[in-house]
Write a protein that binds this ligand. Structure first.
Ligand code: ADP
Length: 401
């Protein structure tokens, strides 16, 4: 059975087609600059790449371009769309209603739309992706929503509530929802398998470190806390996001700089983090390179990000009263041995002992254990695969129809 996975952003649409009989990727790609003169980059597993520039005023034209790339020309992998049996969509915010992936119905679309207030950029884009797909496939091909927030809905209320007047929770649903849940679920499941343990018996801290970063505490297979909050802004210092800051900074800066809500929001989401502190780049490679060459602000940005990670791992080990495994994933987690070494060297109090040789692999495309045999906590790099997790959920749901 062939499953398509769609991850629609406000001006982009990522896609992947997988053969679920062997979980092989048949093609993947991305449409960018939707809303203007768009460009589609279509890739085949053998490395062939096809780039096409064309008008993409909306997600519908972008989706048409995807269909065209899949069914025509040198990048063709199917004769017709009828070969696709189901579509899985990444949906960012499912609120507290969706604790697992679900078949998309009009009611699901209405609920996701009603949450657009809390995740305006993400959820509205996800809806556009779903509608573009529906317009092309009609109602015959089942579509499934896989929410970033679902995995985190097992958090206890003392972890997800904020100590602001309770009425704001009741009125607006203000609470911690958590994000990157599909990745935390995927890598924690793989971690349990690699350890040959039942996930119900172990405590794992998963560090998804990419442009966006989040860390989760997973006790006996259930998420009990995570670092992102109501929105994906909270927690660790990220590429352009500030992570946890004193909330008073917001009102103070608004007054001092005469900023409105949109302006302060943009500062915290787009101009902070590694970019804001370094003044150079949001990309950890650039910031690391400059730090190594003596750039003081880049050194500071790197140190701050590492410190946030160390602090959160400590907090989650405390929250779970122990930890059996720590997992690194995401663009930084999978590709930055220096960060992993630095973090591990500061967790000796937990009994972490690094295997420096194993950790020195610069780019991990496979699961590796980077702690020594004597380490009390096992530490792994586990490449995340959110698309595979989405495709598996989609297959499971449509197979039960
Ligand atoms: P996103 O959150 O956008 O999905 P990614 O998971 O792709 O982000 O991670 C992007 C981050 O990973 C960037 O900071 C980048 O510097 C880092 N990264 C990606 N590839 C490498 C690499 N080969 N070496 C070092 N860092 C990398």
């Amino acid at each position: 059975m062939k499953v398509m996975v769609i991850n629609a952003g406000s001006s982009s649409l990522k896609y992947q087609v997988m053969d679920m009989d062997n979980e092989m990727v048949l093609a993947k790609g991305v449409c960018e600059r939707i809303g203007e003169s768009g460009v589609i980059t279509h890739k085949l597993p053998d490395g062939q790449k096809f780039i096409n520039e064309l008008d993409m005023p909306t997600h519908k034209e972008a989706f048409d371009a995807v269909v065209d790339a899949l069914t025509n020309g040198d990048g063709k992998i199917i004769d017709s769309l009828s070969e696709i049996s189901a579509v899985g969509h990444r949906v960012v915010l499912g609120g507290s209603k969706y604790t697992e992936s679900t078949l998309i119905t009009q009611e699901v679309i209405d609920t996701v739309e009603s949450l657009c207030d809390l995740a305006p950029l993400h959820n509205s884009a996800n809806i556009l992706g779903i509608k573009a797909c529906q317009a092309t496939f009609g109602c015959d091909v089942p579509q499934v929503a896989v929410f970033d927030t679902s995995f985190h809905q097992t958090m206890p209320e003392e972890a997800y509530m904020y100590a602001i007047p309770y009425e704001f929770y009741e009125k607006y649903g203000i609470r911690k929802y958590g994000y990157h849940g599909t990745s935390h679920r995927y890598v924690s499941d793989v971690c349990a398998q690699v350890m040959n343990k039942d996930k119900k018996d172990i405590k794992i801290i998963t560090c998804h470190l990419g442009n966006g970063c989040s860390i989760s505490a997973i006790k006996n297979g259930k998420c009990i806390d995570t670092s992102m909050g109501l929105t994906p802004l909270d927690g660790v210092v990220m590429g352009t996001r500030c992570g946890s800051i004193d909330p008073s900074i917001v009102t103070y800066l608004m007054q001092k700089e005469n900023l409105d809500a949109a302006q302060i929001d943009s500062i915290m989401n787009k101009k902070s983090g590694l970019l804001g502190v370094s003044g150079l780049s949001n990309d950890s490679r650039d910031v690391n390179d400059a730090a190594v060459n003596g750039n003081e602000r880049c050194k500071l940005a790197v140190k701050m990000q590492h410190y946030h990670i160390v602090k959160l791992i400590g907090a989650y080990a405390a929250a779970m009263n122990g930890v059996d495994a720590i997992v690194f994933a995401g663009g930084i987690g999978e590709n930055n041995p220096y960060l992993r070494q630095d973090i591990m060297s500061r967790l000796t109090y937990l009994g972490v002992e690094a295997d420096q040789q194993a950790n020195s692999v610069p780019h991990c495309s496979d699961n590796i254990k980077i702690s020594s045999e004597n380490s009390k906590v096992s530490v792994f790099v586990i490449p995340t695969d959110e698309e595979l997790a989405i495709a598996r959920d989609t297959l499971k749901i449509v197979s039960s129809l």
